[in-house]
Design a protein around this ligand. Structure first.
Ligand SMILES: [Zn+2]
Length: 158
C-alpha cells in the first residue's frame, strides 16, 4: 500500500509528486490540482474570519462535504503515493488532517505529514471513535456516516 503524505506549498510545493488540495493554488505551482478535495470558499472564509470556536463547525462541514462525494474512493486512489498540499502551516488546524483521517478510516490509508504531524488535534484522532459522528438516515434508521463510506456509497449507487 502506498502512503499518502500531507504538507504545504511552502515546504513541499516543488516536489514532483505534489498535488494541490487547496481551493486556490499559488501561480508558481505547476503540479496536479484536486479541487474536489478542497473546502468551499464560503467555508474557508467563515473559518478564517474567526478561527475561535469554528473548528468544530469546520470539521463537520468539511467532513460532510467529503461524505457527499460519490467519487471519494477514486479520489483517494489518485492520491496514493502523492504529497497533498494546502497553504496552512504545520501547526494549524485545517482540512489536511480531516482528509487524512477520513482516508484512514474509510480506506485503511496510511497518511503522514511531511516532518510528522505536530498539531495536538492529531492525538484525538488515534481512536477512530474520537473523530466525530455524522448521523444520517440509512434505510429508515440513523447510522453514523463515519466509518461507513463504502456502505453508503453502495446504497447511493443502487
Ligand atoms: Zn489547510
Amino acid at each position: 500500500m502506498k502512503e499518502i503524505y500531507f504538507s504545504n506549498f511552502k515546504e513541499s510545493g516543488k516536489l514532483k509528486n505534489a498535488v494541490s488540495i487547496a481551493r486556490t493554488s499559488p501561480k508558481s505551482f505547476t503540479g496536479k490540482i484536486l479541487k474536489q478535495l478542497s473546502p468551499t470558499m464560503a467555508m474557508i472564509q467563515r473559518f478564517k474570519k474567526n478561527n475561535d470556536g469554528q473548528w468544530q463547525w469546520f470539521l463537520e462541514a468539511y467532513t460532510r462535504l467529503l461524505y457527499r462525494r460519490i467519487d471519494l474512493e477514486q479520489l483517494y486512489n489518485s492520491c496514493k503515493g502523492k504529497v497533498l498540499l494546502c497553504h496552512c502551516g504545520k501547526d494549524e488546524l485545517c482540512h489536511r488532517i480531516i482528509l487524512a483521517k477520513t482516508f484512514e478510516i474509510e480506506f485503511g490509508a496510511v497518511c503522514k505529514e511531511v516532518g510528522g504531524w505536530s498539531i495536538p488535534f492529531n492525538k484525538s484522532f488515534d481512536e477512530v471513535k474520537q473523530f466525530m459522528s455524522i448521523y444520517i438516515n440509512y434505510n429508515g434508521t440513523e447510522i453514523d456516516a463515519i466509518g461507513n463510506y463504502k456502505k453508503l456509497a453502495d446504497a447511493k449507487a443502487n
